[in-house]
Design a protein around this ligand. Structure first.
Ligand code: PMP
Ligand code: GLN
Length: 396
């Protein structure tokens, strides 16, 4: 079988932004600063000649730094030698885990909408992705339903998850903080999810790439810290978002040694290993991530609020986003019921690129009018986009 040349929505929309010169609020690619010592660290490692393959499981310094990071932030104890595997971005960790743990006939549960790699990974393994819709929840304190601080959010429908579990269910692919919604799963939701996973003997692969990008009162809780979960959970993260270095593609996966070994057995045939100098520099930066992440959160939360104000002025109602890079808005006030149709015209209409949320929707297309705008951009770009969108909103 030859695969057709399908391209991801990110490729399509990024090309559209380049072609039209529109402000790109599509793909989650930050143009923000990175820690200067991290950048210098890569240059030093390159010039010092550390340019050959690292061990396939990852640079020992980075494996140790990941184990130390999990211990310090979450109280998770890991043996760096057997319980941490470095990968080429979170992307490779996810596909390796799915290929290692599932195959034809197996079912993979995930909350819908979901990051677009999950259905693709399931297709590669031959497993069936079972989407469980997130429910829309309105904030009781939010009288007018406006603003990033208090609009509608998304919630787990525990009963829907329970109904979706079958004897073929193998894996739950969890993502908190969540892309595309910006939802941070609450400790109560995670507890209910964990109970179901224990009761049905499910393995969990949890994608926590936005772990450090959580704003306001919300708190990130890794599901691996819940009772009965450490022995069944593989936790994935990456340097891309935390240090605004998405082009470096260094990620990692950690958990029980036998699960990590299974993932490593696939990963070795995908890329074998990834960039030694990057791994070395990231290992050093992870040790002092807290101060850096606090600054980055400030920049991103302010960017979110700027964009939310622009969208509100443009006549839309953004959903609440407690984390990550993205805000969602219902574009029906602009006369569009299909977000994809709007996004294809938005560069011409307003000089802005965004991503239709429906491309992340695997199950029933219940909110085709939802559009995802990214705020991981410099504030000048967000102000410009807000002005352009407000102009569009006023003209409609
Ligand atoms: N998971 C989620 C939820 C993401 O948004 C992304 C996007 N960058 C990734 C995984 C991929 O991460 P990486 O670039 O480290 O492969
Ligand atoms: N995670 C990024 C997003 O959601 C895109 C990464 C990619 O292009 N694959 O926009």
């Amino acid at each position: 079988m030859r695969r057709s040349g399908e391209t991801s929505i990110f490729t399509e929309m990024t090309e559209l932004a380049h072609r039209t010169g529109a402000v790109n609020l599509g793909q989650g690619v930050p143009d923000l600063d990175s820690p200067p010592a991290l950048l210098a660290g890569v240059a030093e490692a390159v010039l010092a000649g550390r340019n050959q393959y690292p061990p396939a499981a990852g640079h020992p310094a980075l494996r140790a730094a990941v184990a130390e990071h999990q211990r310090r932030h979450y109280g998770i104890e890991l043996d760096p030698a057997s319980q941490v595997l470095v990968t080429t971005g979170a992307t490779e960790a996810l596909v390796s885990a799915v290929l290692a743990l599932t195959g034809p006939g197996d079912e993979i549960l995930t909350f819908d909408p979901c990051y677009d790699a999950y259905p693709a990974d399931a297709r590669l393994s031959g497993a069936t992705l079972v989407p469980v819709p997130l429910a829309v929840e309105r904030d009781k304190d939010d009288e007018n339903g406006n603003g990033a601080g208090g609009g509608a959010g998304f919630a787990v429908d525990v009963a829907a998850l329970a109904r979706a579990i079958t004897p073929r269910s193998r894996l739950l692919l969890l993502n908190s903080p969540h892309n595309p919604t910006g939802k941070v799963f609450t400790p109560e939701e995670l507890a209910r999810i964990a109970e179901l996973c224990v009761a049905h003997d499910l393995t969990v692969v949890t994608d926590e790439v936005y772990e450090h990008l959580v704003y306001g009162e919300a708190r990130h809780v890794p599901i691996a810290t819940l009772p009965g979960m450490a022995e069944r959970t593989l936790t994935v993260s990456s340097a891309g978002k935390t240090f605004s270095v998405t082009g470096w593609k260094v990620g990692w996966i950690s958990g029980p040694a036998e699960l990590v070994a299974a993932v490593a057995s696939v990963k070795q045939w995908l890329t074998y290993a990834s960039g030694t100098p990057y791994q070395e520099a990231i290992a050093a930066a992870l040790g002092t991530v807290d101060e850096w992440a606090a600054e980055l959160r400030g920049v991103l939360a302010e960017g979110r609020d700027l964009l939310a104000a622009g969208l509100t002025e443009a006549g839309l109602t953004p959903f609440r986003a407690d984390a990550g890079y993205f805000l969602q808005a219902d574009v029906r006030p602009w006369g569009f019921t299909d977000g994809l149709a709007l996004c294809r015209q938005l560069p011409q209409l307003a000089g802005v690129v965004a991503i239709p949320t429906r491309v992340f929707q695997q199950g029933e297309d219940v909110m085709p009018w939802l559009v995802r705008f990214s705020f991981c951009r410099r504030h000048e770009a967000l102000r410009e986009a807000a002005t352009r969108l407000a102009r569009l909103g006023q003209g409609r």
